[in-house]
Design a protein around this ligand. Structure first.
Ligand SMILES: *Cc1c(COP(=O)(O)O)cnc(C)c1O
Length: 231
């Protein structure tokens, strides 16, 4: 129990230090605790310690956790993993933010579900900057046309961009991916002010979030450093 609260304290301190070092306000960086593979008991400890923002990567796995923990007020669930069309409806019912929209098709499915359920869903567009075959995400060149289509859709609103760089042991080597996402955001915003809503940059994980913060991350997605190694 104390371990997890202690991990949250340490990660928050690292966020504050990284923010201070580059002249940013720590309040502008949200810590999204990625609880995938961890049981409800573990998440409950984090909730008891005062944490409220959680991310999961699979709709199926998240469903029971979200339904069982929904009684705690103020808890927010973000979907950070790839979303298939046939799960869009459940994702809309369960989640508060979806980080992994990477096509007009999935956006349109989400919009339909939002209209049916009367929900307003903030989404981020996931951009593939690494071109690894296993990675999902839209090509940077496709993002403009997805944005244009989504702007006509009801129920969903784009609030920024998300990326998952390749895993590189040396966190410094992921910096170019974070720079690229920030530059893409700034370019799109300069072409069409307001098109990215709250202009979020969801980037940075356990081993590289300090670098991501230096490059403008507004949401860091941290799993291992908070909950320990996944089995
Ligand atoms: C698992 C996961 C994370 C967290 O990774 P850690 O290295 O454990 O911090 C962040 N983002 C996504 C999309 C993930 O799937």
């Amino acid at each position: 129990m104390s371990d997890i609260s202690e991990n949250f304290r340490k990660v928050r301190a690292r966020i504050e230090k990284a923010a201070a070092a580059c002249g940013r306000a720590p309040e502008d960086i949200a810590l999204l605790a990625i609880s995938k593979t961890f049981p409800i008991e573990t998440i409950s400890i984090a909730i008891a310690a005062g944490h409220r923002l959680f991310g999961e990567n699979r709709v199926q796995e998240a469903e029971s956790k979200i339904l069982q923990l929904h009684t705690t007020s103020g808890v927010e669930w973000h979907l950070v993993g790839h979303l298939q069309s046939n799960k869009a409806h459940r994702a809309v019912r369960l989640f508060d933010v979806i980080h992994s929209v990477d096509s007009t098709k999935i956006a349109s499915k989400l919009s339909q579900s939002c209209l049916e359920t009367g929900k307003q869903m903030p989404v981020l567009l996931q951009v593939d900057l690494s071109h690894e075959p296993t990675k999902s995400g839209a090509e940077p060149a496709e993002v403009r046309s997805i944005l244009e289509s989504v702007s006509t859709m009801k129920g969903i609103r784009v609030d920024g961009l998300m990326t998952i760089p390749p895993y590189l042991e040396n966190a410094e080597l992921t910096r170019p991916y974070f720079v690229a996402l920030r530059e893409l955001r700034d370019l799109l915003e300069s072409e069409q002010p307001g098109c990215l809503g709250r202009r979020h940059l969801s980037m940075g994980m356990s081993h590289d979030f300090e670098v991501a913060i230096q490059e403008g991350a507004t949401i860091v997605r941290v799993g291992t450093a908070l909950f320990g190694e996944r089995t």
